[in-house]
Design a protein around this ligand. Structure first.
Ligand SMILES: Cc1ncc(COP(=O)(O)O)c(C=O)c1O
Length: 477
């Protein structure tokens, strides 16, 4: 197959070579790339699959292809260590958190952390010290964790600082100051950069977090980059982190049968960034800017979040966040209308719509979106609503018992009104963004129970509650 990248991407080359060679396999995977013999549909789904073991490399990994590709990624991002995961940033977060300390140790964690971080706390028995984001008063958007929040908790001796950067709405904490404050106290800084895999490859984009001195970067290659679903990259520095322990934790929690396509896609995305990163991110930046300017020209008030509203380097200029409230309409209604035009958005709640744009989009895709979106916005437009901070960013948790203790506790279901004041056994999060409004072990307050009901009524999916209707809550006995 003709592919420019395969010369510089060993796993991509191995994947393509596998399908160029005739083989008779008496190994897994059971489909043997011959499932079309049994059913065309099943064949379409599985016959382009080949695993790492016995696919991209020999069963005994004699070629070391994965190691070569991971070394190339480590070198591109300037890291001491890189691993490719087929389990998403979910797995990469869990692997690194498992390598940090021992049960009972404390870790300073942003409250906007993804649920994978909270589940890692259950798995590891680490105790979170929650850091609350600063909210921008003009837009209601979380601005990241201020240095004062880290300073507030330093005397509790956290063994690590874990942040989510960029946040779901594209904002970024004041990272250089946070990282240097943590390092003054020899605290390693782990950054879940699930949405920031494109950073650092163009001067007009924020730097990536290793360039800013962080000790670990976790990112989803299937989010901002054109990677296979659930492909992810874990990068780390060995100065404050124990790389041997990370390796052990990574293997402990990863599948023993990694699929080849996600691994090859990580390698190919790395090669793409290395060879054409600046050109492709430049084109994306131009397309996003042109799209926003053109849509904006239909309205008098400013409808998007824009980099100029934030301090330099603290907003992802590729992020398209539409503020539905300033147009007096519901983001959920806009989403429904766009769905009818076969357009999917990344996230929509009452006040916000997020459109994910990546290197794979071209100018025509933005035109399709604009031509569908503008008439919908015009037809639904009404009087502007006040900016309201979403429940996901505004809960300050009240910890009752540890996350792990609550996870394993005996539980019961009680009516929503009786749940107020009780300790939640569930993690409950509007999804997206998947940020916990309440975590296991935390007290269900009136703000949380009423806020979740209102958020659900506004058309947002509430994820992970044992009773998804929210009529009852699962609480510890
Ligand atoms: C901040 C953050 N971290 C981690 C994850 C998990 O990523 P993945 O879906 O690659 O497992 C997500 C998913 O949305 C996320 O938003």
């Amino acid at each position: 197959m003709n592919s420019e990248l395969r010369k510089s991407a060993p796993l991509l080359d191995a994947y393509l070579s596998y399908f160029e060679t005739q083989r008779t396999a008496f190994t897994i995977p059971g489909h043997k790339q011959k499932a079309h013999r049994l059913d065309q549909g099943l064949g379409t789904v599985v016959d382009t699959d080949t695993p790492l073991y016995g696919g991209l490399d020999e069963i005994k990994l004699t070629e070391g292809t994965l190691k070569k590709a991971e070394a190339l990624a480590a070198s591109l991002w300037g890291a001491d260590y890189a691993r490719f995961s087929t389990g998403g940033s979910t797995h990469a977060n869990q692997a690194i958190i498992l390598a940090l300390g021992k049960p009972g140790d404390k870790i300073a964690v942003t409250r906007t952390a993804h649920r994978s971080v909270l589940s890692a706390l259950v798995l590891t028995g680490l105790e979170p010290i929650w850091l609350t984001p600063e909210i921008d008063s003009a837009t209601g958007v979380p601005m990241g964790i201020p240095v004062s929040e880290l300073e507030r908790v330093l005397d509790q001796k956290p063994i690590a600082l874990l942040l989510t950067e960029p946040g779901y709405l594209g904002t970024i904490s004041e990272l250089p100051a946070l990282i240097s404050k943590a390092h003054e106290h020899s605290i390693p800084v782990i950054i879940d950069a699930a949405w920031g895999a494109h950073f650092g490859f163009n001067d007009a984009l924020p730097k990536h977090v290793l360039q800013l001195g962080a000790d670990a970067l976790i990112t989803s290659v299937h989010k901002a980059l054109p990677g296979y679903s659930a492909s992810a990259l874990l990068l780390a520095q060995g100065k404050l982190l124990n790389l041997a322990r990370i390796e052990q934790s990574f293997e402990t929690t990863h599948t023993t049968s990694p699929a080849g396509a996600p691994l090859a896609s990580i390698d190919a995305c790395r090669a793409l960034l290395q060879t054409r990163g600046e050109e492709l991110t430049g084109r994306l930046l131009d397309n996003v800017k042109a799209f926003k300017t053109s849509v904006q020209s239909n309205f008098d008030t400013s409808i998007f979040l824009n980099p100029e509203q934030f301090p330099t380097g603290r907003f992802d200029p590729v992020k398209i966040v539409l503020r539905a409230n300033v147009l007096g309409l519901s983001g959920v209604d806009v989403e429904k209308r766009l769905q009818k035009a076969n357009i999917r958005v990344e996230m929509a709640d009452r006040d916000t719509i997020v459109f994910l744009a990546t290197l794979a989009d071209n100018a025509d895709d933005f035109t399709v979106l604009e031509e569908a979106l503008v008439p919908i916005l015009k037809s639904l437009q009404g009087p502007a609503r006040e900016t309201q901070t979403s429940l996901s960013w505004s809960v300050v948790p009240k910890v009752g018992i540890s996350t792990r203790e609550a996870y394993f506790a005996d539980t019961e279901f009680v009516l929503a009104k009786d749940a107020i004041g009780r300790i939640s056994a569930d993690l409950i999060a509007p999804y997206p963004p998947g940020v916990a409004v309440v975590a296991p072990g935390e007290v269900l307050t009136e703000q949380i129970v009423n806020g979740l009901a209102a958020t659900q009524q506004a058309g947002v999916r509430i994820a992970y509650a044992s009773d998804s209707t929210l009529a009852t809550y699962r609480v510890t006995k």
